[in-house]
Design a protein around this ligand. Structure first.
Ligand code: FE
Length: 215
């Protein structure tokens, strides 16, 4: 099977937030879809290994912040490439609280849901949620997953449904490459990586130059 065909499905990029007791937490997801319009319901898919999964299970609620093409890619680094178990992801992020859940200000819209059902797969839980609030926020267009890959040059976190192991990705890349050790962003600028200033940071997850590894 040619797994790259799955890249031809359309996806967005979302921050899914929920409550960990009194604390806000969340993660990045690219699978969210509307199921019905009345009552307005959506489904999301969250890996079992994501801390957010068990928190949605306990709180019975989740919010979807819909990222736009102008959203700071550092948000994807903050929410997609570290665990909410170890980090307070909302500490340095601008957000507002809707129905007790945190939704991002740097996005093009949010939907808050109460969980009405779920389906387990071997790796992911599909949560079905009925919308209890939602609004547009900043300007679109919404960021598609293809835009994230092709323009932001971001990769999939390991827990994403769309994650494809690096060795399976057909590539015509140069033999030597510099890759962010945190988010796997591959540097492709015109200046040789070694000549970049020490102040260079990963454009996706904001980690310093020292976290890049040569492969
Ligand atoms: Fe990075």
């Amino acid at each position: 099977m040619n797994r790259s065909v799955f890249r031809n499905l359309s996806y967005g990029v979302y921050v899914i937030s929920t409550l960990d007791g009194p604390r806000h937490t969340g993660c990045v997801a690219n699978s969210a879809m509307q199921i019905t319009s009345s009552p307005a319901s959506i489904a999301i898919s969250i890996n079992h290994d994501n801390y957010t999964n068990s928190c949605i299970e306990k709180s019975g609620r989740f919010a979807v912040s819909i990222l736009s093409e102008s959203t700071d890619p550092g948000i994807i680094g903050t929410f997609g490439f570290q665990s909410g178990k170890d980090a307070d992801k909302f500490t340095d992020v601008s957000y507002q609280v809707k129905e007790e859940l945190a939704v991002l200000n740097d996005c093009c819209g949010y939907i808050v849901c109460k969980v009405t059902g779920k389906l387990e797969t071997s790796t992911h839980t599909i949560f079905l949620g009925e919308a209890i609030d939602g609004d547009t926020v900043g300007n679109g267009p919404a960021m598609t997953y293809a835009y994230y890959h092709n323009v932001v040059k971001g990769k999939s976190p390991k827990n994403a449904p769309t994650y494809i192991p690096e060795e399976e990705v057909a590539s015509s890349r140069r033999s030597e490459k510099w890759v962010c050790g945190v988010c796997r962003y591959e540097y492709d600028g015109d200046i040789p990586f070694e000549e970049l200033p020490d102040t260079y940071v990963c454009p996706v997850c904001r980690q310093p130059k020292s976290r890049f590894v040569k492969e």
